[in-house]
Every structure is written in C-alpha cells, then in structure tokens.
Design a protein around this ligand. Structure first.
Ligand SMILES: *[C@@H]1O[C@H](CO)[C@@H](O)[C@H](O)[C@H]1NC(C)=O
Ligand SMILES: *[C@@H]1O[C@H](CO)[C@@H](O)[C@H](O)[C@H]1NC(C)=O
Ligand SMILES: *[C@@H]1O[C@H](CO)[C@@H](O)[C@H](O)[C@H]1NC(C)=O
Length: 327
C-alpha cells in the first residue's frame, strides 16, 4: 500500500505510527474475511456446530417451528406460500426476474407445485436460504467494521433478519410481499424493525432516516438482485459502510461483477477460491439439517442453498480512518 494511503488510513494516529503500520487498514479481501471468520470460535461454532440442534439461539438452522407443505406456489406471494391457505396468491406475485409484483394467475408456473414452510403455531415459522458460511462472513466482517445497523432488502422467510439481531445488530427488514407468519414471528423482536413496501423507495428512506442517528450501516440486497439492486445502491452508497449483493453467481451475476470491477468498486465474493475451506466447514450441518428438504423443490432454492453466492462491496462509509488492524 502506498505510504500516502496508509497515512490517510491512520489519520487519527500520530503519523509516525502510520509509517510503521503500512497495509494494516482493513480492505475488503480474502485475508480480512478469513481472519474475521476465525476470530471468534463461538461464532464459528454457531454456524458450524458439531452437534446441530433445531434451536436457533444455539446454532444456525434453515428454518424454525415450521411444517413442510407440498402444495405451494413456486413464486413469492403475499400472506402465505401455501396454495391451500392462499388460493388467490398468484394475483400478486414475484418471479425471480423482477422487483415488481405481477398477476401470475395465468402463468404456466402457477400450475406447478412447490414445497413451502407453513407455521406450526400462530406466530412462528421463519426460514432463510442464506447459507451459514455467508451469514458467518457477513456477521464477522460487520463486527470488525463496527456496523450497528443492518438494512435488509428482501425479508422473505425472515430468519436471516432474526440471526443478525441475535448476534447484536439492529435490523430493519424490508419486504414488498410480506408473509403473515413471518411478520407475526418477527414483530415482537425488539431489535427487528419491519418495513413493508417497495424497496426501491424504502431502502433509500430507511437509510436517510438512519443518518440522523450515529448508526454505522450495512445494506444487504436479497430482494432486488444485482443490476436492479445496484440502481438503488447508487443512491445510498455514500451513506453505508458495506453493501452485500446476493446471488451474483447466477443469471447475469458475472456481468454484474464485471461492472463492479469496471467501476473500481472494492469487492469480494463468497465463491473466491480461498473461501473454500469455510464452505467445506458447513457441509456437515447442511447434510444434517437440510435432510427434511431432500427431494423437494422450494421457491428460491432452499433445498440447494449451497449453490448461491454473494458479493460484498465497500461502501462510501467504509472506515478509512483509524482502523489499523493491529491497534
Ligand atoms: C487476525 O488479524 C489480527 C490483526 O492482524 C491478528 O492479531 C489475529 O491473530 C488474526 N486472527 C486470526 C484468527 O488469524
Ligand atoms: C463471539 O461471538 C458470540 C456469538 O455471536 C458473541 O456472543 C460474543 O460476544 C463474541 N465474542 C467476542 C469477543 O466478540
Ligand atoms: C477506475 O480506475 C482507473 C485507474 O485508476 C481509471 O482510469 C478509471 O477512470 C476509473 N473508472 C471509474 C469508472 O472511476
């Protein structure tokens, strides 16, 4: 790292000290991520338990207190994913390709059946397709960056929001088509704030609002994807420390990464080769807890969540002052 840059990075320290700590500033790269994921054994064991339980307060789980139903919509609908409980669900639905709900009643996909989660009690049942290694990398890095507030676009099954909250973050979770049992289950959690509506406006509003507090913010795009998410990101980039774009290894994901590169964004993805050893550590827990989903097909790919990767990007508030690692 050039001297000038490291001095800038360490502006809050005496510059003489900066001269002896070049390269200590946290940049978004494999080394920093691997270091972060290994720096707290309790956190590592939460995501990669040796003896997994179904208790989300003890270790990562793919879902909580849900029953599996096999007559469900194959796209994201409002209220309930079950065709039995929500027969008119297709009237307002998302396909994976767009951020605007459509009437899909006449689509061929409406005739297909997928599996889904339904609550086993009135205010319960959360689920998430965010694989444990991805949550671990996000939480570990966010702690290193002293992030206080996570803004999540795309709540869907709500479990990732709960997991961020369980690990000490304030969470604002945004969803255009909320599931009833998810809102009910999360609604009582003090650290999770639910916002329903079009995330293209809501993400900007929520982050504007957070400007009045001392929050250090990370934004996670898992509703809007890739280029669509980036359009929103451009409006708030200067106000967040970190942005995560999910599903950047499918569809136009590699074109998206290329665009990030061309625009000189500092970025890192979970399919980086060096992250392989963390991904391998999640195999036993996936083998064990995804067992009930085997042979089924879920909207969004819950049964094969080991296939999806995200890309992290340094935001405008990425700490460039006084974050010399060794101090
Ligand atoms: C992470 O980096 C810090 C600072 O450079 C170092 O002290 C620590 O030992 C590293 N931790 C691991 C697990 O590599
Ligand atoms: C390590 O992670 C656990 C689980 O999130 C947390 O409770 C604990 O405070 C962390 N320890 C440190 C030193 O940050
Ligand atoms: C990216 O960086 C290169 C080299 O510093 C520069 O020539 C180019 O104009 C930058 N591109 C953008 C979009 O900022």
């Amino acid at each position: 790292m050039p001297l000038q840059q490291s001095c800038l990075c360490c502006r809050k320290l005496i510059c003489l000290l900066c001269l002896v700590c070049p390269g200590r500033c946290i940049r978004l790269d494999s080394k920093v991520i691997l270091n972060a994921t290994r720096s707290n054994e309790t956190l590592w064991r939460y995501f990669f338990p040796q003896h997994p339980t179904w208790d989300v307060s003890k270790n990562w789980v793919p879902y909580t207190e849900c029953l599996i139903e096999d007559q469900c919509w194959c796209f994201h609908v409002e209220g309930s994913m079950s065709k039995v409980l929500n027969p008119r669900g297709a009237e307002k639905a998302f396909t994976l390709a767009t951020g605007t709900p459509q009437d899909l009643t006449r689509s061929s996909q409406a005739k297909e059946d997928c599996s889904c989660f339904v609550p086993s009690c009135p205010s319960c049942c959360l689920f998430s397709d965010m694989r444990p290694a991805k949550l671990l990398a996000a939480i570990a890095l966010m702690r290193k960056l002293k992030i206080t507030h996570v803004v999540e676009d795309g709540r869907y099954g709500g479990l990732s929001a709960l997991i961020y909250a369980l690990h000490g973050f304030h969470v604002t979770s945004i969803e255009f088509l909320p599931l009833g049992h998810v809102s009910a289950a999360l609604g009582s959690h003090g650290n999770v704030h639910l916002v329903d509506g079009d995330s293209r406006q809501k993400v900007v509003e929520v982050i504007e609002e957070l400007q009045t507090s001392n929050a250090a913010v990370a934004v996670i795009f898992d509703g809007l994807k890739r280029f669509e998410a980036y359009e929103v990101y451009q409006k708030i980039a200067s106000k967040v420390s970190l942005a995560i774009f999910d599903d950047t290894n499918i569809r136009d994901g590699f074109a998206f990464r290329q665009m990030l590169h061309e625009r000189n964004h500092s970025s890192w993805s979970t399919d980086s080769r060096t992250f392989g050893r963390v991904l391998r550590a999640e195999e036993p827990v996936l083998q064990s807890l995804l067992q009930p989903l085997r042979g089924r097909k879920f909207m969004g790919g819950m049964e094969k969540l080991g296939r999806f990767h995200y890309t992290m990007v340094e935001g405008g508030q990425w700490p460039s002052e006084g974050v010399c690692e060794a101090w």
